[in-house]
Design a protein around this ligand. Structure first.
Ligand code: MRU
Length: 365
């Protein structure tokens, strides 16, 4: 079996550095190059978050917490660093959550930059990292059980969108952890992987993870999903979430909502897999979720960092795929209403149907 993917690690003394650093597997360079990006200060980490070198809701929370620990270890202004980190991307609630937890630990230890405060922030980041790995394992168990209840036996053909595996987590991931569990139990027939325009998290990252794990997968363009449903080739949809509002509305990678509509029309179970840290009772409903709007250039140009089959040759070529000056609509996420979600799978168990009440029951608020 291929080595486990480590999307992020804390390094006390990286080569050539003069202090600790947050070291990321640079996701902008996958699947061609597996290279690390060393973030020795918070501005470098914020840049990595904005450019999606590190991404996905749970991992953003972990990165944010380590970022606070980094600022504390360097003796930087921790409150300022926390503000920069939490504001780097607005939709994934785990980012602000992770930052807040590490900042709280730093404060509780007396705001001591070099000593106890820095150690407490780092310990909190490490705790969140380990908790997330445990949550992944629990989600996989619950998700596999739910699949067994919702889908007739005979080999699942699962459709997924964006990337929800080890690249977004301290463990095996959210949705992809369930896919892996199904695969390892012999119950997975095929994983359909949406390419996930415009930044191709499906083809670059999910296909990479599936290939490494030996999962049988097929890549499709996002707009081919309808034909698959119409042909009866999808047994369930499995996605993650970036924020779940108090009413159960789910913000996830743009393109998730159309899949939920398709699944509803074709009576196919639609599962959202996310840790309870992604549930945000401070956001009352879907309309209150801030959806990140990204640069139009991500839609009007294909950015090709490497020639096909080449390695480590950062050509960084951008090809125009629209006339110069074209205005593009480029929300990074969309919002799926709870009535389109068959079940929400978390580390604490399953909410089905998904509603404000079932969320409160599950999260014990
Ligand atoms: O813009 P990204 O790549 O950070 O978006 C990530 C997603 O939308 C994932 O599907 C989501 O974080 C859920 S999996 C943890």
């Amino acid at each position: 079996m291929a080595e486990e993917i480590a999307a992020l690690r804390w390094d006390e003394s990286p080569d050539g550095g003069d202090g600790p650093a947050v070291v990321l597997l640079d996701q902008t360079r996958l699947p061609v190059d597996e290279v690390e990006l060393v973030c020795a200060d918070v501005p470098a980490l914020v840049r990595a978050i904005r450019e999606l070198a590190v991404r996905g809701a749970p991992l953003l929370g972990i990165a944010g917490a380590y970022g606070v620990a980094l600022a504390a270890a360097r003796g930087d202004d921790v409150d300022r660093a926390a503000g920069l980190l939490a504001g780097a991307r607005p939709t994934a609630v785990n980012l602000a959550y992770g930052v807040r937890k590490a900042q709280g630990a730093f404060e509780a230890a007396g705001r001591d930059g070099d000593g106890a405060g820095a150690a407490a922030a780092l310990a909190e980041a490490r705790r969140l990292h380990a908790d997330d790995a445990r949550a992944s394992a629990r989600m996989a168990e619950h998700g596999l059980r739910v699949l067994g209840e919702l889908v007739p036996a005979g080999g699942y053909r699962l459709l997924t969108h964006c990337n929800t595996g080890a690249l977004v987590s301290g463990g095996a991931g959210t949705g992809f952890a369930v896919v892996l569990a199904a695969h390892r139990s012999g119950a997975l027939r095929r994983l359909w992987v949406d390419e996930t325009r415009p930044l191709l998290q499906g083809s670059r990252l999910t296909a990479y993870e599936a290939a490494r794990a030996g999962v049988p997968y097929t890549l499709l363009t996002d707009n081919a999903a309808g034909s698959l449903f119409a042909d009866g080739q999808v047994d369930a949809v499995i996605v993650g979430a970036d924020r779940i509002a108090a009413d159960g509305s789910v913000a996830n990678k743009v393109g998730t909502y159309p899949l939920a509509v398709l699944a509803h029309y074709h009576r196919v179970p639609f599962l959202v897999v996310a840790p309870t840290t992604t549930v945000d009772f401070g956001t009352p409903d879907g309309s209150a979720i801030e959806v990140e709007q990204r640069a139009g250039g991500e839609v009007t140009e294909f950015s090709v960092p490497y020639a096909a089959g080449a390695c480590s040759a950062p050509a960084a070529v951008a090809y125009a795929v629209a006339p110069v000056g074209t205005e593009a609509y480029n929300p990074a996420f969309d919002v799926t209403p709870p009535e389109l979600v068959t079940a929400l799978v978390t580390e604490r168990g399953v909410a089905s149907p998904v509603s404000g009440d079932s969320l409160v029951e599950l999260c014990g608020r």
